[in-house]
Design a protein around this ligand. Sequence first.
Ligand code: COA
Length: 175
Amino acid sequence: MTGLRFALLAPDALDAVLELQREACGPLMHPLGKAELSEMLAGPQRGHGAVLGALTDRALAAFLAVQFPGRAAHNLGRDYGLPEGDLDRALHFTGILVHPDRRGQGLHRRLIETAAQEVLPPERHRYWFATVRPENTASVCGMLSVGMRVFARKPKHDGHDRLLFVRDLSAPAGG
Ligand SMILES: CC(C)(COP(=O)(O)OP(=O)(O)OC[C@H]1O[C@@H](n2cnc3c(N)ncnc32)[C@H](O)[C@@H]1OP(=O)(O)O)[C@@H](O)C(=O)NCCC(=O)NCCS
């Protein structure tokens, strides 16, 4: 992939993230709210999440929003059956979006791999979770390509059925 730089986005990227989401979210992603995005943009040290961007010289080409759900009721670790003490070691890939001009170039996988290697504090996180609409083929393939697997299918967010993905980093990929 040429011409792209990966970087942890700062709070002042809020408008750029929202603009890309408005422009290119499509019908299959549950759009992120301004308040939850702001919390994630506050960065990993603040403990709510992180947003990784793929940037050109002039614009945001893609982003991955990662949420640290902690003990919240919506922590997907509860659906997976994690014991209460492990919920703090779960994170959600809560939004991933690639500008239409950059799709089909493996950015879905690269965003997740880059976040895992360079942004997410490894000692805090053992379980990756994500929800994806079954008809969102590119995102389903992207999640599988980073070693995630489906553990359930149920309505989430707006009531649409979603596949629930997990990867336990202490197990082999796909485990
Ligand atoms: C979903 C999305 C992020 C994928 O981004 P992308 O960078 O184009 O995806 P990739 O190029 O990494 O492709 C991911 C996988 O899907 C496959 N794929 C891509 N488009 C496909 C299609 N139309 N049909 C079948 N497979 C497809 C790719 O071959 C790749 O599989 P592989 O890893 O086995 O090679 C992008 O389409 C998008 O931004 N969609 C709108 C927002 C959204 O729906 N986000 C996901 C829900 S949170």
